[in-house]
Design a protein around this ligand. Structure first.
Ligand code: 6R9
Length: 649
């Protein structure tokens, strides 16, 4: 490390407030990895089971035999656990605080109301023929109905697949077709940063010309009252669907290993992966991590500022907090609207105790000095969290001082769509903090570092991050493609789960995540496969070849640098560049918008025809002084020309 480590030790006073003493924590961790069966047998009790489980852990990471089962003979319902079981003691407690895009708009939904709304919508889904095991796509803005829709699916045993509201019609269609969804739930429009954006229009386009033959209906929630096209035989208004249904809907009895949801995420090939989570283990893990990592207490107001379209929204806006009977805040807007102080203003307004957000948001606020901290006191805050990408020490310290008033510990939580819940993190007032380090594995998690040959590394070192044994929140498979699941996560290093991330372990045994070691970019905390963007690019009529790499970006963490070779006879001018930028936005997502589009007649290739990305990465990062070995290049002159015309100077 080039810079000194900023250490924040837990004070003796703070230790008194901790949920666990250092000794208890050590003992609990040791038990969790040495005797997972007995540890999780006890922890599994934190949720309600219709039929108790006898068998706890039955898992194999063996080549060709990857099979993961937890609590396999137990039955339960995730929606029942998130809603019904709280009615007796917490019926009037607020389950969801909804903060609108405009600071003037808000709503509070009690557990009783949540029960009613979810049950009604579940009955509506049944009326449309949705049954246990059917897949349902959800393409919604950040409104409470998004959570109702997820929970209603869980209630009747349908498998939801939430598609982030920023995705394009093509991305929607691909995701629907991969899991053969029967129905899609959407809204007329969404609101963000004072603007509206169309959702139903995108769904209409995705479904046009029978492109998604498995879809029978689209259910449309009226959010903005904006104008929409209507196909009466297919489209159903949410409010009309539930107008005459019962408020009672028996939760379906689900096996612990029945699917709860699919969530598509980017991998190193062009095709998104349908990560599958099942019911029992996922819920136990989401609930336990939510309680311990944030030191959640009964009267806390808890705010995870993610989007429900991502795994963070699934586990830490919806399932984890609601399983714990918490009050979870759902925010429709963005951190910078109507002003840079919005996050703190929302904290003050609702007296938020726990705030969980992403480094990219923190860096965006930080770029405006301390203006973000001027309009609020944030005195109610007790614990802060960070997720989605490595947090650089400067952003960590800014978050600590300016947002947390130098008194709230920051939980830097490392995890993934595939892990279901938080994997490496400190615990509040238990572990000393180091700015930029996710520190320690959570209970039941046994990380390891291996070199490129799979040799296990000990002591303070750097390597590829693997997890050595199963934990309950782990994804079970990729929808319809178990072989790809094994191939992606269990074939690189035998008998271990490969995360795709690199990490460093320091002398104290604390982990520092260094970022992806595969062809996956992390742009503002969003995962994007370079191959995914490349396949969209080469589908454009003017482009013959494309290579996409990431480069360090001050706010977004990583930016997108695109190298494109034009088709013969095409002149690459500004208009074409603008057109290609729009093309990527529309075909994939605005998140994938290239920062730089670099036209070049040729790309640097080896004599065997492989594009040398290592060189392209260096040029994009403006680090071309040290290109390393270029002797295998077929035509070294291409490199000189690329350097000369580089865009990130
Ligand atoms: C939860 C989530 C997963 C990838 C992961 C890693 C990066 C997430 C991080 C972090 C460093 C952290 N990542 N949290 N890197 N420190 N605290 O983000 O899931 O969208 O699947 O992304 O994000 O590279 O592999 P997902």
């Amino acid at each position: 490390m080039s810079q000194p480590t900023h250490i924040h030790k837990v004070s003796n006073e703070a230790k008194q407030q901790a949920r666990l003493s250092e000794e208890q924590y050590q003992r609990m961790y040791a038990e969790s990895v040495n005797d997972p069966d007995s540890f999780w047998r006890e922890q599994g009790q934190r949720i309600d089971w219709f039929t108790p489980y006898n068998r706890v852990k039955n898992t194999s990471f063996a080549p060709g035999k990857v099979d993961i089962k937890w609590f396999e003979d137990g039955t339960l319902n995730a929606c029942y656990n998130c809603v019904d079981r709280h009615l007796a003691e917490r019926g009037d407690k607020t389950a969801i605080i909804w903060e609108g895009d405009s600071p003037e708009v808000q709503d509070e939904i009690s557990y009783r109301t949540l029960h009613k709304e979810v049950s009604r919508f579940a009955n509506g889904l049944k009326k449309l023929g949705v049954a246990k095991g059917d897949r349902v796509a959800i393409y919604m803005p950040m409104v409470p109905q998004a959570a109702y829709a997820m929970l209603a699916c869980a209630r009747i045993g349908a498998v939801h697949s939430v598609i982030f509201a920023g995705f394009s019609p093509k991305a929607i269609a691909d995701r629907i077709n991969d899991c053969e969804a029967k129905l899609i739930i959407t809204a007329d429009e969404g609101r963000r940063g004072g603007k509206t954006f169309g959702l139903k229009d995108n769904v209409d386009e995705a479904l046009a010309d029978n492109r998604c033959p498995t879809i029978t209906h689209s259910v449309v929630c009226q959010v903005t009252d904006g104008e929409v096209n209507w196909q009466p035989e297919r489209d159903v208004w949410w409010h009309e669907l539930v107008a005459d249904v019962s408020h009672e809907c028996q939760p379906e009895v689900m096996n612990a290993e029945d699917p709860l949801f699919i969530l598509y995420t980017s991998g190193s090939t062009g095709k998104p992966k349908g990560v599958l989570h099942t019911t029992g283990g996922y819920l136990v893990y989401a609930s336990m991590t939510h309680e311990y990592v944030f030191d959640y207490r009964e009267d806390d107001i808890y705010w995870c500022a993610a989007d429900v379209g991502w795994i963070t929204g699934h586990s830490y806006i919806v399932y984890g907090p609601l399983a714990n009977g918490a009050t979870t805040l759902m925010f429709e807007g963005v951190p910078t609207y109507p002003g840079i102080g919005r996050i703190g203003e929302v904290v003050d307004k609702h007296q938020v105790n726990i705030l969980y957000t992403a480094p990219t948001a923190i860096r965006a606020l930080m770029s405006k000095g301390d203006a973000a901290a001027k309009t609020s006191s944030r005195d109610s805050l007790r614990v802060l969290g960070s997720v989605g990408e490595p947090i650089n020490p400067e952003a960590w310290e800014w978050y600590y001082e300016k947002i947390g008033n130098s008194r709230c510990p920051i939980m830097d939580t490392w995890w993934q769509t595939e892990t279901g819940g938080i994997m490496i993190t400190p615990l509040p007032n238990v572990n000393d903090l180091k700015a930029g380090s996710a520190t320690r594995p959570f209970f039941g998690v046994e990380p390891g570092l291996v070199d490129n040959d799979g040799k296990s590394l000990t002591g303070a070192t750097e390597g590829n991050l693997v997890i050595k044994q199963s934990w309950p929140g782990q994804a079970r498979t990729l929808w319809g493609d178990h072989e790809r699941f094994e191939q992606t996560y269990f074939s690189t290093y035998k008998n271990q789960y490969f995360t795709g991330d690199g990490a460093r372990r320091d002398d104290d045994g604390d982990y520092w995540i260094t970022g992806r070691v595969d062809d996956v970019l992390n742009v503002s905390g969003h995962r994007l496969g370079t191959a995914e963007i490349e396949s969209v690019l080469v589908a454009h009529k003017a482009i013959s070849e494309a290579a996409v790499v990431g480069f360090p970006h001050d706010v977004k963490g990583q930016g997108i640098y695109v190298y494109v070779a034009p088709m013969t006879g095409v002149t690459a001018d500004e208009a074409l560049t603008a057109e290609v930028r729009e093309w990527v936005r529309n075909e994939l997502s605005p998140i994938a918008t290239p920062d730089f589009i670099h036209w070049s007649e040729g790309l640097p290739k080896t004599r065997s025809g492989k594009i040398m990305r290592r060189i392209l990465r260096k040029i994009a990062a403006n680090e071309h002084d040290n290109l390393g070995d270029t002797s295998t290049l077929a035509d070294p002159s291409v490199v000189d020309s690329l350097i000369k015309h580089r865009l990130n100077k």
